[in-house]
Design a protein around this ligand. Structure first.
Ligand SMILES: C[S@@+](CC[C@H](N)C(=O)[O-])C[C@H]1O[C@@H](n2cnc3c(N)ncnc32)[C@H](O)[C@@H]1O
Length: 321
């Protein structure tokens, strides 16, 4: 992390607000066990250095996932960040960034190490992993909160980035509206969501997930390991996964984690470029551009454009007018 960038502790006073009355929360000092709202007196507990604005709820599988698997891979994460945001890390130095759905904190850490001031929000207990991954970066602060009712100041962030998140919420459109409001005029919003595949692929996936999302966590972990083995078998791992999704990542732990990430979450919605472009326009964003895909190659890009790659994304960036 030795980039020579000077990092000060990012104060959350006035940036994270009372989830009840939107008043100013007092008490953001190192080691504080709680914050208190100056308006309505509501108490926000701070556990493990992380303010808890909301309880985990329907994203419990992500708490289990991110705290179990170690998937931060700085070099690969940097490349994924570049492709999925259209930004080089050097550009974000000094920016105020909201990582909306930070999971285990891999991108929050990268941006913080590059000198951005980052607020990472996630609803699940993955915030514990994120806080650990971002330890030593006082300019990165992690908060447990709900993007669907986000108690964070409006119109202040230079960049709001949400990678692989809103499709796991109970209301992606509402989540989009909430995070879009946090971007300042001239600032950017980057969103990556699952792409809608062809109807047969969608039906198969819906049927499989109707079963897997009801399995106990331990059984799902076993299934993810089994699919991880399949993902290491040459040829099979490039063909069969166009029908039944499983990861063919070269790294074993990432493969297993990706499989769990696909089959465990309660919500998983798939979207089209036109739909998400419409969201940007409805929320007052201009210069809306499509980004990605992550992989290159004629065959891959053809299949991607024809919505045949299960687990691929709809990835757009826009600027607030
Ligand atoms: C697939 S993970 C992506 C994490 C991170 N962006 C990354 O790419 O490593 C999705 C994350 O979205 C979070 N999430 C889903 N719904 C949320 C909500 N309503 N509010 C906050 N976080 C939410 C989950 O807890 C989970 O950690």
């Amino acid at each position: 992390m030795g980039t020579g960038v000077e990092r000060e502790r990012l104060s959350l006073r006035g940036l994270v607000v009372c989830p009840g009355c939107r008043g100013v929360l007092e008490g953001d000092e190192p080691g504080a066990a709680q914050w208190v709202c100056g308006g309505c007196g509501r108490v926000v507990p701070v556990v493990g250095g992380v303010p808890r604005l909301a309880a985990e709820g329907y994203v419990a599988s992500f708490g289990r996932q991110w705290n179990r698997y170690d998937v931060a891979r700085p070099e690969e994460d940097e490349e994924v960040f570049r492709v999925k945001t259209g930004l080089d890390l050097g550009e974000v130095s000094g920016w105020l960034v909201l990582d909306a759905g930070c999971g285990g904190g891999r991108y929050a850490r990268l941006m913080g190490a590059a000198g951005a001031r980052v607020v990472g929000v996630d609803l699940s207990s993955a915030v514990e992993k994120a806080a650990w991954v971002c330890r030593g970066l006082p300019n990165v602060r992690i908060v447990q909160g709900d993007l669907l009712d986000l108690a964070v100041a409006d119109g202040v962030f230079d960049l709001v980035v949400s990678i692989g998140v809103l499709h796991h919420s109970s209301d992606p459109r509402r989540g989009f509206r909430e995070i879009a409001r946090k971007v300042k005029r001239g600032g950017r919003l980057v969103v990556w969501l699952y792409r809608r595949n062809t109807l047969p692929q969608e039906v198969i996936n819906w049927g499989l997930r109707a079963v897997t999302t009801r399995l106990p966590g331990g059984v799902l972990e076993g299934l993810s390991v089994g699919l991880g083995v399949l993902g290491g078998v040459p040829v099979v791992n490039r063909v069969l996964n166009k029908v039944v999704n499983f990861s063919n990542h070269r790294d074993w732990e990432l493969r297993v984690c990706d499989n769990y990430d696909w089959y465990a979450p309660r919500y998983q919605s798939h979207h089209t470029v036109e739909e998400v472009r419409g969201w940007f326009e409805e929320e007052g964003f201009g210069e809306v551009e499509e980004l990605g895909p992550l992989r290159r190659g004629r065959v891959y890009e053809w299949a991607y454009r024809h919505n045949l790659i299960v687990g691929s994304g709809v990835n757009l960036v826009g600027r607030r007018v």
